[in-house]
Design a protein around this ligand. Structure first.
Ligand SMILES: [Zn+2]
Ligand SMILES: [Zn+2]
Length: 330
């Protein structure tokens, strides 16, 4: 499914097309794609919230498939191994961020489904160093949302500095938050979910949320930490007010509408901390996959045929899908 020019998803900008079989370069793998989850970032790429880096483009960066052809010098995986491909496709390894172990901030990183073709296709290539072994407990579709929604939520959870057993707030409840909730529950946290959608509130409670309501509702008490998943700047002061003295708010999105002006005393004084989350390191990905398998996390997925990619993306935009819309490739 190809994006030829950025446009609103309601206009069905993804069209099916035939491309040559991609050749894996040195150190790369050609992967036969089995499933690819959609992500709100795909919408930002498709609709133009993020600048175009390559057109036409195959979107998709939560890819699960099997190694079909290792490229020259690729030895980490064998043909037939099941691997995952995530948003972070390569880093330079040489800039000051990479050298400091902060490759998520690399100045010349590349990205699956943005700078390079992604997984809304039968085949996708990835540098083997940036592929993940998929734990056996997940089927192909279930494993896909771990690769961005799961990893980014996990980094956001770490960045929120919520203590084990602490009170955590999640603003917005989609694919990423529904996995993060399950990790936080395994840490003994009382999770409070704030979303306007009644169906999402019910899903949150069914997954073990201590409380669920709308963003304007009064919480049962102050939070130790909060994560804002919704790309809505207006939620930032709401979350900052809701955290206790010394609390932290982490912003998990790659794109957010403007934040309103904030007053110092209720929002940031009392040593409150506001942090953003930018992509992830490979270490975050490995840690999330290991923890997800051990808990185990049960991602909720709704399957769509690849040819229905436009419909799947409309559904995540309008919250018409339970948690994660996954494209299945036959
Ligand atoms: Zn770098
Ligand atoms: Zn994503």
């Amino acid at each position: 499914m190809l994006l030829r020019s950025q446009a609103p998803i309601a206009t069905a900008p993804l069209v099916s097309g035939e491309l040559a079989l991609p050749d894996p370069g040195p150190g790369e793998l050609r992967v036969r794609v089995r499933a690819c989850a959609t992500c709100r970032t795909d919408l930002h790429v498709i609709e133009g919230d993020l600048p175009p880096r390559r057109l036409p483009l195959v979107p998709g960066h939560q890819v699960v498939g099997t190694v079909e052809a290792p490229g020259p010098g690729a030895t980490r995986f064998r043909t037939g191994d099941r691997v995952g491909i995530a948003w972070l496709r390569s880093t330079c390894g040489a800039c000051r961020y990479c050298r400091a172990g902060r490759e998520n901030l690399c100045e010349s990183s590349t990205h699956t489904g943005w700078t390079h073709d992604g997984g809304y296709a039968e085949y996708c290539c990835v540098p083997e160093a940036f592929a993940y072994a998929i734990p056996p407990g997940f089927d192909d579709a279930e494993a896909t949302p771990l690769l961005c929604a799961g990893i980014i939520g996990y980094r956001a959870l770490l960045r929120s500095r919520v203590p084990r057993g602490g009170r955590l707030g999640l603003y917005g409840f989609g694919s990423s938050a529904h996995i993060t909730l399950q990790v936080a529950r395994s840490w003994g946290c009382a999770v409070h979910v704030l979303t306007r959608e009644p169906a999402r509130q019910r899903l949150a409670v069914s997954l073990g949320a201590a409380w669920a309501g709308a963003p304007g509702d009064a919480l049962p008490g102050a939070l130790d930490a909060a994560i804002v998943f919704a790309p809505v700047g207006g939620l930032v002061p709401v979350a900052l007010r809701a955290v206790d003295k010394g609390g932290t708010v982490a912003l998990a999105g790659i794109h957010m509408s403007d934040m309103p002006a904030m007053a110092y005393e209720p929002h940031l004084f009392w040593e409150k901390t506001l942090r953003s989350v930018t992509a992830n390191t490979r270490a975050d990905g490995e840690a999330l996959l290991a923890e997800a398998a051990a808990i185990p996390i049960r991602p909720r997925v709704t399957r769509y045929p690849l040819s229905d990619a436009n419909r799947a993306l409309v559904d995540i935009k309008t919250s018409d899908v339970e948690a994660t819309a996954v494209l299945m490739i036959d």
